[in-house]
Design a binder for this molecule. Structure first.
Ligand SMILES: *[C@@H]1O[C@H](CO)[C@@H](O)[C@H](O)[C@H]1NC(C)=O
Ligand SMILES: *[C@@H]1O[C@H](CO)[C@@H](O)[C@H](O)[C@H]1NC(C)=O
Ligand SMILES: *[C@@H]1O[C@H](CO)[C@@H](O)[C@H](O)[C@H]1NC(C)=O
Ligand SMILES: *[C@@H]1O[C@H](CO)[C@@H](O)[C@H](O)[C@H]1NC(C)=O
Ligand SMILES: *[C@@H]1O[C@H](CO)[C@@H](O)[C@H](O)[C@H]1NC(C)=O
Ligand SMILES: *[C@@H]1O[C@H](CO)[C@@H](O)[C@H](O)[C@H]1NC(C)=O
Ligand SMILES: *[C@@H]1O[C@H](CO)[C@@H](O)[C@H](O)[C@H]1NC(C)=O
Length: 371
């Protein structure tokens, strides 16, 4: 059987593409790579997501992704990925808006799992730990456990945790601790969550309450990109990034829609100021001083379809030391991920020289996360 590359981008076709990869001896770009955007999906977690009502798949997807360790290692070998920093993707480990105890349990179990993986394959896997947000006290405990006992390389924050967006002043104790620990936070997109979304509806039925077109589109089609840009805007406009200057951030998908709206939200917010009655300050920025801030504390991964527009806009604002390779495996199947790496191989040389491309595929990640 033959599958086109485009079929293989989607979660729905993961099963189909699995056999292609095994059968075709697919090989990716020989440039050595470190993957900072990739996901594990162990069987017990797949079941937990289903139990929380995410059917047929998470986030409006047609099926859950397929994953096991050897599948991941085979993909890495085929695409010359030396090391993968894995994390929990959307819908994350906090699967119940009304059940903190279960969220804490699943979060700890997931972090234990990725920690064990790192321990077993120290040269192949690092991991970003999840936190049981929005519970602040539980998150503080898990930060210490993740760093001191589990040897986490950083943390993954979904773009919001049940409506807790990243500029929220409630997160101050969490940021203070992460700042003290000089942590890396990888932002991962999820579904948007308005303040008044119901707390008693989880899983797929919940999608109808969180964004107008969620009934029509899988979340990765539209909402993921908007929600990631939304939370990054919140981080910047509130002065949160600047205040916690030791925290380093990884933004997914080359900023999502960020490059298109960056100047617009900076300038408009500076003109309009803080909204009356809000808990959010509005720190004024120019494009120049906001860019300087991001150049200091942000990195951008190239997962997803970043090459036709995002990279061109982002590369005008940020240097080649700011981009990281990302595959989005296992949500993107091997054939798709390798095809996207081929797009990078075509596009990046139009912007960067080979030394800089080497930084993007590997050295920037080494600098940020260590070996
Ligand atoms: C990468 O690009 C070079 C040309 O710049 C080409 O020769 C090579 O075949 C490409 N590799 C892949 C895997 O696409
Ligand atoms: C992992 O997945 C691969 C690809 O589908 C499959 O061939 C293999 O049997 C699986 N391994 C285990 C241990 O489940
Ligand atoms: C995680 O690991 C810790 C330490 O080994 C253990 O006490 C705990 O039971 C494990 N699982 C969960 C869900 O916390
Ligand atoms: C959370 O809401 C669900 C759906 O209404 C309900 O089944 C469950 O019992 C609730 N859990 C808690 C801890 O309140
Ligand atoms: C959720 O709560 C709302 C208001 O408290 C109630 O009207 C609704 O029936 C509940 N839905 C479910 C699925 O439990
Ligand atoms: C950015 O520059 C503007 C205009 O000079 C200034 O008002 C603002 O305080 C600066 N913002 C930051 C965060 O430095
Ligand atoms: C490639 O880029 C690096 C870093 O920007 C620069 O130092 C080097 O001179 C460039 N090499 C070539 C051959 O242009």
């Amino acid at each position: 059987m033959k599958f086109s590359q485009s079929t293989c981008y989607s979660v729905a076709s993961i099963f189909a593409c699995t056999c292609v990869q095994a059968a075709s001896g697919l090989t990716g770009l020989s440039t050595p790579k470190i993957d900072t955007h990739s996901h594990v999906y162990p069987d017990w977690y797949r079941q937990a997501v289903i139990d929380a009502g995410w059917v047929p798949g998470p986030d409006g997807n047609a099926a859950p992704p397929f994953w096991n360790v050897s599948y991941h290692l085979d993909f890495m070998a085929a695409n010359n990925i030396e090391k993968s920093y894995v994390s929990c993707s959307s819908p994350g480990t906090n699967l119940y808006p009304n059940d903190t105890a279960t969220n804490i349990h699943i979060t700890r179990e997931f972090n234990n799992y990725t920690s064990d993986l790192k321990q077993k394959y120290p040269n192949k896997f690092g991991f970003f730990a999840s936190l049981p947000l929005p519970d602040i006290n539980a998150a503080l405990l898990e930060i210490d456990r993740a760093l001191d006992e589990l040897d986490a390389d950083g943390f993954v924050f979904l773009s919001n945790h049940w409506g807790l967006y990243h500029g929220d002043p409630k997160l101050a104790p969490v940021y203070k601790k992460l700042n003290d620990r000089k942590a890396v936070i990888f932002i991962h997109p999820t579904n948007p969550c308005p303040k008044d979304a119901p707390a008693n509806i989880t899983g797929t039925p919940r999608l109808n309450y969180v964004a107008p077109l969620m009934w029509a589109y899988q979340a990765p089609v539209l909402e993921f990109f908007f929600d990631a840009a939304r939370t990054v805007s919140d981080l910047i406009l509130t002065g949160t990034v600047q205040k916690y200057a030791n925290v380093r951030w990884i933004i997914p998908h080359c900023g999502g829609v960020l490059p298109a709206v960056f100047e617009r939200f900076l300038r408009t917010s500076s003109l309009l100021g803080a909204k009356v009655g809000t808990d959010r300050p509005a720190v004024p920025y120019t494009l120049a001083n906001a860019t300087a801030l991001l150049q200091k504390q942000f990195w951008f991964d190239l997962a997803g379809f970043s090459m036709s527009s995002q990279i061109w806009s982002m590369s005008r604002l940020f240097g080649p030391n700011k981009f990281l390779y990302g595959s989005d495996f296992a949500f993107t199947a091997p054939v798709g991920a390798i095809a996207l790496t081929g797009d990078m191989n075509t596009t990046l040389p139009q912007i960067y020289n080979q030394t800089e491309i080497g930084w993007i595929f590997k050295e920037n990640a080494v600098g940020l996360l260590g070996k």
